[in-house]
Design a protein around this ligand. Structure first.
Ligand SMILES: [Zn+2]
Length: 267
């Protein structure tokens, strides 16, 4: 009995290691194309939040408790939170990655970072339009942005006045749209000492003219936003670096977003 078990274990080990019954081909007979199987590219879903005031009258505002529950559910599904900077640089593995971005620089982002994101090790990227920084008490101040940046949050540009940058807006008033392209970089650099390289279009939509102008301004990636869940493979040759999809988490689509996040891991 003992002997039989030992033989069985030996066979199982040999099968697992691939040595059972295998005859090794000499190096000259190995097909080179079979060896060069590339690992699948890593992917991430980029979520887009806005404010954490806990008001009941906005479809893009959440309480800290609501936010905590969502983040914990995403983690429970099996996702790892990665920073946008790591995602664009390919510093992630597999497809179960979520990036958190937060647009507009609402003042509540500060308290949400301290109370919700930080303890979970999540470093969101904040897309800021500088026209309201230090001008409105509804917005994060320069000092708070500096603090959040020092804590590891990414800071990107979100236009200057938060005006439309769509093809129609460009056709109507190209100069006005170009202000949104040209002014936020220098303004954020003056406040934070660092020129942003990431851009998110106000209202989530860009245009071909704007994409070219952003590249000229030194941006390396620009992000759209809508209600659909999209996987982003940053190494895909087909990906437009100036039209990278993000998913806005509204109250009305949040359950669908969580469902879609779970579904893409089972495919
Ligand atoms: Zn916005």
């Amino acid at each position: 009995m003992l002997h039989t078990t030992r033989v069985l274990i030996t066979i199982l080990v040999a099968l697992a290691s691939g040595t059972a019954f295998a005859t090794q081909a000499p190096p000259s007979q190995i097909d080179a194309s079979a060896v060069q199987i590339e690992a699948p590219h890593p992917e991430a879903v980029i979520l887009d939040y806005h404010s954490f005031l806990g008001s009941k009258n906005s479809s893009i505002d959440y309480s800290d408790d609501d936010l905590s529950i969502q983040l914990d559910r995403i983690k429970a599904i099996g996702y790892t939170f990665v920073t946008l900077e790591d995602a664009v640089a390919g510093r992630m593995t597999g497809k179960a990655n979520v990036v958190i971005t937060i647009d507009d620089g609402n003042h509540s982002v500060y308290q949400a970072f301290e109370g919700v994101f930080k303890s979970r090790g999540i470093l969101p990227t904040l897309f800021i339009y500088p026209a309201i920084v230090d001008k409105s008490d509804k917005a994060l101040s320069s000092a708070q942005l500096l603090e959040l940046s020092a804590a590891g949050c990414g800071i990107g540009a979100h236009g200057f006045y938060h005006e439309y940058m769509t093809p129609r807006a460009y056709l109507r008033d190209p100069k006005k749209v170009m202000v949104e392209v040209e002014r936020p970089g220098p303004a954020l650099e003056k406040k934070l000492g660092k020129r942003p390289v990431l851009f998110a279009y106000p209202f989530g939509v860009g245009s071909p003219e704007v994409e070219a102008a952003l590249a000229k301004e030194g941006y390396s990636w620009a992000f759209l936003a809508d209600d659909k869940v999209a996987s982003v493979d940053f190494r895909s040759p087909g990906l437009d670096h100036f039209a990278v999809p993000r998913t806005i988490v509204y109250h009305w689509n949040k359950e669908a977003v969580l469902k879609a996040l779970a579904a893409r891991l089972t495919k």
